[in-house]
Design a protein around this ligand. Sequence first.
Ligand code: ADP
Ligand code: ADP
Ligand code: MG
Length: 659
Amino acid sequence: MASISSVLIANRGEIACRIIRTAKRLGIRTVAVHSEADRNALFVEMADEAHEIGPAAPRDSYLRIDRIIEAAKRSGAEAIHPGYGFLSERAEFAEACAEAGIIFVGPPASAIKAMGLKDAAKALVAQAGVPVVPGYHGARQEPEFLRQKAYEIGYPVLIKAVAGGGGKGMRRVDKQLEFEAALESAQREAAGAFGDPRVLVEKYVLSPRHIEVQVFADSHGNVVHLFERDCSLQRRHQKVIEEAPAPGMTPEMREAMGKAAVEAARSVGYVGAGTVEFIADARQGLRPDRFFFMEMNTRLQVEHPVTEAITGLDLVELQLRVAAGEPLPFTQEDLRIDGHSVEARLYAEDPEHGFLPSTGKLWALRFPEEPGIRIDTGVRSGDEVTPFYDPMIAKVIAHGPDRDTALDRLSAALGRTLVAGPKSNTAFLQALCNAAEFRSGRFDTGFIDRNLETLGAVERGPEDGAVALGALRMLERELGLLEKSHESRFEHLSPWDVNDGFQLVGERRQVLPLVVDGARTEVALSWPDGELAVTAGSVTARRGSLASAEGTYAETPDGIYVLGAGRQTFVQPYDPFAVDLEHLDSGDSVNAPMHGKLVAVFVAPGEQVEKGQRLAIVEAMKMEHALLSPRAGTVAEILAEAGSQVAQGARLVVLAPEA
Ligand code: ADP
Ligand code: ADP
Ligand code: MG
């Protein structure tokens, strides 16, 4: 490679691993920086050299410009790649690199600044002739004035934080009457998250499709686009599944969007990889006169692999080459779309319980190795999903000759993905891949919210089959019929394969108490034909009969995970001396659902509350979670202060016992 011989990666997780992979292939020495919590992380292991830069909290490590620059100097790194998130869109970081004589693998600080605030960015690209969402993006912020603007724009409108990102500080307003309350809460959220309460108001586009264009520019004035990505499958304005090309895209629309994106990049003197995000009004399909600029992300995007799949390019390699001063090795006319690619973001979260992030040890993590499937991950079996960073476990990316093949491959790969420990959205993603409307291309950004139930994002409880299999396996283990398991032992076998002459004769039936997914339950044991059988609900699993179903297990000292169809069921022996689970569930207290920060408490001791009333908010892993009252009653005690860190399971609010 021309001139960069070493690169420091100012990031963590899957994106750090992904950058290191390309750097290694190019013969570039890699330097990792990491927090205390990431000492044993995969990306630290992969890098040629690693420097610890501080405690777990991002503001004390991954956001510390001074320490990162110092590590770069100490290691002699010639360049810094910021990845995405963290410091990637902070102009002062690009400037600090320049001052230290280090190449920043990204656009010039001036371009980052120009696109940093949504209002200024809109004004700028509008001048360059790029269509923007109609709305008010001026400086005035008085509620009266903004409400008048909203009226002129016409409802529904969207209030957006000008400094926004990650879907925060955003409120859709459907009626004039709701405007002021929505404005106030958007401003509050924006002030908290970005230290800047300013908002803009724009038309809420109906049947919205999020379509973005990947652009690339070199330092010689060449700017091209690498086609579009459709990121319309979203939840809370955050992407869940992304694909390229966009379903229903026409050559005219692609040409118009590509041109607009290139113009937007040119207008700020862009260099490197960037993404111009548009919102398209898809009420009548995709039309070249119905798309509008939303914002430009001045960095590599999470979903860049789908673009790599359809173009055959390595975007990180291109970033490094462009940063070294090389010209782009192709022109717009050289670029072609090859097939279709879809990416799913696999998160440690629980779709069956409001998508609550889930932490803990990954007792098992296994991905299929198949043609057309790429896995980008930053963790492996035995690692911990910590509460400090976002809950992404992996990106599963499929490529195929056409959209249906890519979706079939993605669905199959998700079906064979095994995650034990933290809950995951694997089954939910698979359901999305197979949803008929999505398959047919009839979807918009509201699709997920409209279909939560059919996508399985509702409390479903464990399946009888999984409970029976888990119980049978547990009994075999406890009875010494399997060798005692070790930490993180992980195997793939059917319980019926084990046949070692275990015989108990007679027509006895016995009830066995168990704990399944934390709740007490029972299964029935019987010995038909002298072989042990376990019945849970309507399903009986038998030992010694022929294999008729596959069970996949992950064993831990405390119990057994039964894995299948993207879900996990945790079966544990019932210990009468352990904590009384029933009592914990009695509804007298509200506990922290995860480690995090208690950002607000809305009630005080003595206050009457309704069932479902919002009592407090815990923030963790970039998300806010409202804690609701389990029943009507009176608040007896508040056990933590707003602003403090709380541990998972900590009692926060106690209700007076019911009379
Ligand atoms: P995209 O549109 O590419 O998803 P976002 O701005 O929503 O971009 O975030 C990009 C990614 O940056 C997130 O998914 C996350 O992995 C990472 N990230 C951003 N900020 C943080 C943070 N404070 N802590 C941990 N990870 C972060
Ligand atoms: P962020 O910086 O949080 O990514 P964006 O401006 O990119 O903010 O918007 C995030 C998401 O919100 C978009 O992907 C889209 O789904 C939705 N959205 C944004 N603007 C509009 C709009 N004017 N009409 C409808 N949906 C919108
Ligand atoms: Mg965006």
